[in-house]
Design a protein around this ligand. Sequence first.
Ligand code: FES
Length: 280
Amino acid sequence: MPRITYHEPDREFICEHEANGTILEVSLAHGIAHYHACDAKGRCTTCRVLVVAGHENLRHRTAAESRVARQRRWPDEIRLACQARLTGDVAVRRLVVDDVDAELIYPGCASPQPGCDGHEASLAVMFCDIGDFTTFAAGHLPHDVVHLVNRYYQAIGEAVLWNHGYIDKYMGDGIMALFSLGERDARRCCRAAIRAGLQAMARMAELNHYAERQFGRRFDLRIGLHYGPVVVGHVRSYVSAATKSGLQDTSGMRSITPSFQEDTGYGRTACRCRFEGQAG
Ligand code: FES
C-alpha cells in the first residue's frame, strides 16, 4: 500500500492508501484540509504540492496538469495533487496551507475543512461602458455625474433583467452581466445577451435625448459580448461581504469595446460579439 508522508509547517505524518489513487484523494480520505478550488479538474493551482521524495512513484502528468505546468514553468517536483496518481511511496509538502489561505477558504473558521469555490458554466458575458465618460465626469459636478450614472444603470439594468440576465458588477460606467445563470443551452444564453445588447442600445438612445437636454451632449455606448466557460461563485471581500461573480479569460473582452465601431441607427455605438464553443 503506497504511503504519503506529509511535511506540514508544524508536523509530519503518514497516510496510507490504495495504489493508483491521487494525492488529493488520499488527503481528503484522511480528513486533511487540502484545498481544491476547481474540484479536481486540473484547472487551478490550489492543490499543488512540492514532491520532496519519491517523485518516480507518481504517474506522468495528465494533459490538464501538463498544460498548467507548462504555463507556470513548474519544475518536475511541483505536481497537482488532484492529477498525480500514486504507484509507490512519496513525501510531499502542500503549498496552499497557511492561515491566510485558510481564512480565504473558510472565513472565520479555525479548523479548515476541505472544499472548493465556484463552479464552471458556459455563459454569455456582456460588458458595456460609455465612451469618453471620464472626460465628462471630470468636467461636471459629482452629483450631476451620479444623477446621470443612476439613469444609465437603470436603463441598462432593465435591458439585462428583462432578458433574464444577472448583473455581475458595476465599475463606474462599466457594467458586466451574465446570461443566464442556470441556463445550459448555448443558443438561449447568446440570444438573451444579444437581445439585451440591442435593448441597451435602444435605451441609450432614449437616455441620449435626456443627456442632450440636461448636459448638452450625447454618449456612445460600447458593448462587448462573449460566450465561453466561466467560473461562477462567491468572491469574498476582506470585510465580509460575498458576491457572486463570473471570472473568465477576459483578455479578449477588454479589447472588444474600444476597437470596433459602427453606426447602428442608435447613434455612434460600438458593439462586437465573440463566441467560443458551441454557441449554435
Ligand atoms: S483542484 Fe484544481 S487543479 Fe487540482
